[in-house]
Design a protein around this ligand. Sequence first.
Ligand SMILES: Nc1ncnc2c1ncn2[C@@H]1O[C@H](COP(=O)(O)OP(=O)(O)O)[C@@H](O)[C@H]1O
Ligand SMILES: [Mg+2]
Length: 189
Amino acid sequence: MRWTGTSVSAAATERLGRALGAALEPLPRGGAVVALVGDLGAGKTVFTGGLAHGLGLDESVPVTSPTFTVARAYRARVRVDHLDAYHVHGLSELEAAGFEDLGGDGRVLCVEWADRVSDALPADRLEVTITPVADLERAAGPGGDPASAPPEPPRLVEIDARGRRSETILARARASLDAAIRSEAGAPP
Ligand SMILES: Nc1ncnc2c1ncn2[C@@H]1O[C@H](COP(=O)(O)OP(=O)(O)O)[C@@H](O)[C@H]1O
Ligand SMILES: [Mg+2]
């Protein structure tokens, strides 16, 4: 099962995270894993922040990239473990970072650069892929004028539910995900 949408601002990506975060409850037994895939600056941390706040994390608590700490835990209504696998190479480094203590029952695990550690992640997971649309156009071949590209391209956001638990969550999130990007069409915040 898959949801796809286009986010035209960081605020919209944050709202998508909130929508998914809210839909994680009631949390399935064993917890939930959100695997984030996308290049540097795509919006993985922005999405994770929305997700944690959607799960009740105090709005005054910022969610920042755990790149140099590898992992960080936030106290929302459930615990949200935020792992950045950018500098992680292989399972042993994950273990050294305390990976066994991440995720599990009653918790949500968000993993940035999940494609680097996908073998270590549970099969049942929500995979969020964020792609700046200009990258897609560039990948499509020559012809585009880079000078005319907007400074911040919209992001294609794809959410794949892999496994039963994740499908239940995504089904629950669908309407609010749609609403999260629809509201952008109205007045700016
Ligand atoms: N549509 C968008 N979605 C997400 N971020 C966006 C968007 N447009 C602009 N941005 C900006 O891109 C940056 C994304 O940063 P971040 O979430 O830290 O990326 P990542 O964690 O993937 O490296 C932020 O500075 C954000 O303001
Ligand atoms: Mg990040």
